[in-house]
Design a protein around this ligand. Structure first.
Ligand code: DC
Length: 220
């Protein structure tokens, strides 16, 4: 069974899908990890963001493994644990642009499908219901206001020791929304058959409950 969860940065996808993983035993696949890994390699190699040829080369040769643990996804990139290194503000600042390169997306979509193969999965991203798994059994589009999303990311960063002001986070959310929605391929958009959940005024538990109900209804 495939549950697709799309939505903008900070809409709560990560937290909610992890809870569903715990409660229903689904594997949670965070597809943003794959683009973050490419972005990390781009920074490490000191490539310019318009050097598409070499960025595509990185995407084509990358080896990404994700070990799901109860609380965290451990990310292994070419044999190295990069779990925290892919969440820095430097990576966050360039990942959207890296993920706009069409050939990078084509390759990452393959990687994502392979990571999900043969499992009950709840997959989160931007284009899961539209491109990666257009035949997903359930499609959710999770939304929330820009300010609430920035506030959530800011709190999350504080917990993870990432030093950014609320204003910086809000700016970053706005910039990423713009980039994510205006990509030529794989842009963030609602699948026609997606259920829209606006989490601005909902608690995490309320969102999780709504998704769990959908899954229960589907199984009947
Ligand atoms: O969810 P995230 O913030 O970790 O995602 C990182 C970036 O990757 C984000 O700018 C959008 C992009 N992304 C994408 O284009 N398609 C996906 N399926 C997942 C993420």
């Amino acid at each position: 069974m495939i549950v697709a969860v799309d939505g903008p940065a900070g809409s709560g996808k990560g937290t909610v899908t992890k809870m569903i993983e715990k409660e229903l035993g689904f594997l949670n696949l965070d597809t943003g990890i794959t683009y973050r890994c490419v972005a990390l390699e781009v920074l490490r190699k000191g490539l310019k963001l318009d050097d598409e040829r070499n960025i595509i080369e990185i995407a084509n040769n990358i080896d990404i493994k994700i070990n799901n643990t109860i609380d965290k996804d451990i990310v292994i990139l070419n044999g190295e644990n990069v779990t925290d290194k892919i969440r820095t503000k430097e990576v966050t600042a360039v990942v959207s642009q890296v993920s706009s390169i069409i050939a990078v997306r084509e390759k990452m979509v393959q990687v994502q499908r392979n990571l999900a193969k043969g499992k009950n999965v709840i997959v989160e991203g931007r284009d899961i219901g539209t491109v990666v798994f257009p035949n997903a059994d359930i499609k959710i589009y999770l939304d929330a206001s820009e300010e609430v999303r920035a506030q959530r990311r800011y709190a999350e960063n504080m917990q993870n020791g990432i030093d950014m002001t609320y204003e910086e986070v809000l700016e970053n959310v706005k910039m990423r929304d713009y980039n994510d929605m205006h990509k030529k391929v794989g842009a963030l958009k609602k699948a026609e058959d997606a259920i829209i959940i606006d989490s601005t005024d909902l608690t995490i538990d309320e969102v999780v409950e709504k998704i769990k109900n959908r899954i229960k209804m589907f199984k009947k």
